[in-house]
Design a protein around this ligand. Structure first.
Ligand SMILES: *Cc1c(COP(=O)(O)O)cnc(C)c1O
Ligand SMILES: [Zn+2]
Length: 424
């Protein structure tokens, strides 16, 4: 499948410096090097390609002098040096909040929430899409597209509108209504597909092979897209005062984000921007789509694809492309992969809201619920500094908690009626 896409995609001559300090695409499995282009699979072994760099010396001061968005890390991304001048949604530099109340509730001394729900389209996907958009521009792509579990479609549609490039976004037809509207408001071409995400993804690969000049952000420009997730890792380290946390809990759909946050931490160590130290990476899944957690618990390396059935639709990828790397990272760092039921996901959403005033979507509910379960099962050390990532906004998955929260009473507009409620 991949070879077809590589041949079909014609690329105008790349301009000098189009990808900053990136030098090549490198196969994650065999190390084979490929020239920078809209390629994603190794021509030798079909392994996934990722970006290789020749980093110059980068200082904390240079980064700190940059804009308050992901482009402050442009030297570490496959983007041109003038990236911040082209129209984009300027995501990133979201708040890192000390979670005193949630920490007290869970018995964790030193807990932080990285709140990515405040990105331009209210999920972390704005980061990856901004990097994919830059690559699509450099490749001269005429259509900016994606298969999506929801948030990606929102981010692609918005970024395309701002950049003035045609967008076509594909979603499973059973997606939450707010996520459908949040895409359709930005694009004329929201396509609902009768099938689950894995069906939509397969269709996208087929279209990428048939149509010339389409940049599918998470298919044929996936190596560039994936690098955007590194900025979450960079920001957490910078916001902690150029320090790595001891433990971090990250939701897992395809596993790209978790893999790249780890890559970011490793790059910061290599570049001397943070002190080298051990840290544990934990992955969070919903039980109804937990292929990585199941493999982790079984102690096996192979991931068996599943048919998703969970309210955590943004994490509902039954055949996760980076699942095996998530297993490696969580095992090597002394972390774990854990899963929770849909009811626990709902509890997680309410818990974060009531303790920290942050309304997260089902993915964040999953992550918070997994954090709690990791504490309860003794897998997480409560004396260590811990970061949990909130990747999306609760307004997009209102239905998930509609039955849990609502008016405590409906009363006549009189003092007597209010007094009768016993609230005062
Ligand atoms: C896509 C998504 C994730 C997970 O992303 P992967 O990189 O595919 O693992 C997590 N949270 C939210 C809200 C998402 O939309
Ligand atoms: Zn290879």
């Amino acid at each position: 499948m991949s070879a077809v896409v590589v041949e079909k995609t014609s690329v105008a001559t790349l301009r000098e410096g189009a990808f900053g300090n990136a030098t090549n695409l490198s196969c994650r499995e065999c190390g084979h090097l490929v020239e920078l282009g809209p390629h994603y699979a190794c021509p030798e072994c079909f392994g996934p390609l990722e970006i290789a760099y020749d980093f110059p010396a980068v200082t904390r001061e240079e980064i700190e002098a940059g804009p308050r968005n992901i482009w402050r890390y442009k030297a570490l991304l496959p983007v041109p040096t003038d990236i911040e001048t082209s129209p984009n949604t300027e995501p990133g530099f979201t708040r890192l909040l000390k979670a005193h109340n949630l920490g007290a509730e869970l018995g964790i001394d030193n807990l932080w929430v990285k709140d990515d729900s405040t990105n331009p389209t209210n999920s972390f996907k704005d980061r990856v899409v901004a990097c994919a958009l830059s690559a699509a521009r450099e490749f001269g792509s005429k259509v900016f597209a994606c298969p999506s579990t929801g948030n990606l479609a929102n981010a692609v549609a918005a970024a395309g509108a701002r950049a003035g490039i045609k967008t076509v976004v594909f979603i499973p037809s059973n997606l939450e209504q707010p996520k459908q509207v949040n895409s359709a408001i930005f694009t004329e071409s929201l396509v609902a597909v009768d099938g689950n995400y894995d069906d939509v993804n397969k269709l996208a690969s087929e279209i990428a092979g048939e149509e010339d000049g389409w940049a599918f952000v998470n298919v044929n420009v996936r190596p560039y897209y994936a690098e955007g997730s590194k900025t979450l890792g960079y920001e957490i380290a910078e916001q902690l005062g150029w320090r790595l946390p001891d433990q971090i809990v990250i939701p897992v759909a395809s596993g790209s984000q978790l893999t790249k946050v780890h890559k970011a931490f490793q790059e910061l160590i290599t570049l001397g921007l943070v002190e080298d130290k051990p840290y544990r990476v934990f992955g969070a899944q919903a039980e109804g789509c937990s292929p990585v957690s199941v493999a982790y618990k079984a102690g096996v390396d192979a991931i068996r694809p599943v048919k998703p059935d969970t309210i955590a639709k943004s994490l509902a990828i039954g055949n996760p492309a980076d699942g095996i790397y998530v297993l490696d990272i969580c095992r090597e760092t002394g972390g774990a992969v854990e899963d929770v039921t849909d009811d626990e996901v709902r509890d997680g959403i309410v818990l974060l809201a009531r303790t920290e005033g942050i309304f997260t979507e089902t993915a964040g509910g999953t992550t918070v619920a997994v954090l709690r379960k990791l504490v309860e099962t003794g897998q997480l050390d409560t004396s260590l500094e811990t970061v949990v990532i909130n990747t999306g906004h609760g307004l997009k998955t209102l239905d998930a908690v509609a039955g849990r929260v609502g008016p405590v009473a409906t009363i006549a507009p009189t003092y007597a009626a209010f007094a009768a409620t016993g609230i005062a």
